[in-house]
Design a protein around this ligand. Structure first.
Ligand SMILES: Cc1cc2nc3c(=O)[nH]c(=O)nc-3n(C[C@H](O)[C@H](O)[C@H](O)COP(=O)(O)OP(=O)(O)OC[C@H]3O[C@@H](n4cnc5c(N)ncnc54)[C@H](O)[C@@H]3O)c2cc1C
Length: 477
């Protein structure tokens, strides 16, 4: 006799932060919500994973998240982790750009950035003048084309560094409409992007001052992590779900089928049925599952998928003698031709990540710029990373700790294919309203965006949809 399919009103595929957030919001809003989360892996958390060894604590993928996501903030409380939350000290919020082989300080606010000697005065005036007088740039330009036209070529290395720190991407391939839709909306509505951003910052500061929130008064988002590392968060969200039988690990969904009013899911652990199906998966994983599932009532998927960026985190531990500059880290642009894309000065951000008196530096290698560097063996990656960093700061001959963490998760790129897929997702949602696609890459790539989309879907599933709006994103590295 074949086993009867297990049923739930809503089934969520994937127990990364998106799937966990969706299930947690649904259950918070309605304690008796009928929901199941099916996860292929043996643990929850997806891309979010921490590493502990030899007294060091480091991360495979996300190194933190900004404090400007209201939904993430709710999720911290729902995970019971408020007491374990660490905030990087804002007074030490200093970052650098590597320009012409030297670390140059990037001030904290746009007006100070404009005054800093990061580019010549002629270029600065050119940037502002272009931004004021250039009309809206029609079409779906690449980030590089848009920046060149809107602000001039002098801004390209800065844009490149920003997109290296988020997408580990290539600005010639990434699309501005895919990565910064809110910026494009400002451009369309007001013309000058710089002045619109400044006006928004002033407004935010006024609001923060009215709330008498000293940290926020400066309008700068704060980087956060947890005492036990980022993975504490998904694991703490997963615990009650698992205890309630809502989360099933080691359950790979192989195909999905539409049967009448229901979905039938064939998995490595038998069949499941539901009315609402949410795929909380990175874009390409969702597309792979849908392609494996014949006869779905959705339009044909127009492109094979999106490009992905793969990264390795080279964690390096030093004693107090290492001259790691004050601040949180640096980024480089392609033009600099360096081995590492940048590095986080992690022990300056969060305490408790090294043995007593130690310092931790985490360099990022690979990305869309240098995918071939990831073919090198660990020893060579460490050697070349150290050689690169030594050109920027004084480090002892040997690190006390060195580990290459090759992250399995990849960062979906908001390239031309992505924009086609966004339109397809919209059409698929109309053709098949009980299929929901959320997760890594669909509406942004940061954790705050995952939490925002998960909450919006939870409310929609409960019949309490709120209007969607574009949010001006922070940069998380
Ligand atoms: C290198 C790197 C650095 C990053 N740094 C930051 C950062 O500093 N700050 C920040 O905010 N964000 C960062 N991010 C982004 C952040 O990690 C993601 O936004 C987030 O983890 C995505 O969560 P998700 O649940 O959507 O997807 P995932 O974490 O990918 O989870 C998807 C889950 O689905 C499961 N799954 C896949 N297929 C199936 C199937 N067929 N059946 C069942 N289960 C399946 C997978 O096993 C996985 O557990 C980074 C990402 C990477 C890769």
């Amino acid at each position: 006799m074949t086993e009867k399919a297990k049923t739930a009103e809503t089934i969520i595929v994937g127990a990364g932060i998106s799937g966990l957030a969706l299930a947690s919001f649904l259950r918070r809003e309605r304690a008796d919500a009928s929901v199941l989360v099916l996860e292929a892996g043996a643990t929850a958390g997806g891309a979010i994973r921490s590493f502990q060894g030899d007294g060091y604590l480091t991360e495979w993928a996300p190194h933190g998240f900004l404090d400007n996501g209201a939904e993430s903030d709710e999720l911290v409380d729902m995970a019971g982790l408020r007491g374990e939350l660490l905030q990087a000290p804002l007074k030490e919020y200093v970052r650098y750009l590597c320009i012409d082989g030297r670390l140059q300080l990037v001030p904290q606010t746009p007006p100070k950035i404009m005054l800093a000697p990061l580019m010549g005065w002629g270029d600065k005036i050119g940037v502002v003048a272009r931004d004021i007088f250039r009309p809206y740039f029609d079409g779906e330009p690449s980030v590089a084309d848009w920046v060149r036209r809107r602000f001039g070529a002098a801004m390209l290395p800065f844009a490149d560094a920003v997109y290296t720190g988020t997408y580990a991407g290539d600005i010639d391939e990434l699309r501005i409409d895919g990565t910064m839709p809110a910026l494009r909306a400002l451009e369309k509505e007001h013309g000058s992007v710089i002045f619109s951003i400044l006006a928004r910052i002033r407004e935010k500061r006024k609001n923060a001052a009215a709330e008498n929130n000293a940290g926020k008064k400066r309008g700068i988002p704060i980087m956060q992590n947890f005492k036990g590392g980022m993975e504490r968060w998904p694991l703490a969200l997963a615990e009650p779900l698992q205890a309630a039988g809502v989360l099933r690990l080691n359950t790979q969904v192989q195909t999905v089928q539409r049967e009448g009013d229901e979905w039938m899911l064939h998995t490595s652990q038998g069949d499941f049925r539901c009315r609402e199906l949410a795929l909380a998966l990175p874009i390409n994983a969702a597309l792979a599952l849908l392609r494996a599932s014949a006869g779905l009532p959705v339009p044909e998927i127009p492109v094979p998928g999106v490009a992905e960026a793969r990264l390795a985190n080279v964690a390096l531990g030093f004693g107090p003698e290492a001259q790691i500059p004050f601040g949180f880290g640096y980024l480089t642009s392609k033009k600099e031709g360096r081995f590492a894309l940048g590095a986080l000065f992690s022990s300056h951000m969060f305490p408790g990540r090294t043995p007593e008196g130690g310092q931790l530096l985490e360099a990022l290698v690979g990305g869309r710029r240098n995918p071939d560097y990831l073919d090198l063996d660990d020893e060579e990656i460490i050697r070349r990373t150290l050689a690169d960093l030594r050109g920027l700061m004084e480090l002892p001959a040997e690190p006390r700790f060195a580990k290459v963490l090759r992250c399995v998760a990849t960062i979906p790129q908001a390239d031309g294919a992505y924009l086609q897929l966004l339109r397809w997702r919209e059409a698929a949602g109309q053709a098949c309203p009980r299929l929901h696609l959320l997760g890594f890459g669909w509406r942004g790539i940061g954790i705050n965006e995952m939490a925002r989309e998960a909450k919006a879907l939870a409310l929609k599933l409960l019949g309490r949809a709120e209007a969607e709006s574009n949010v001006l994103k922070g940069v998380y590295v």
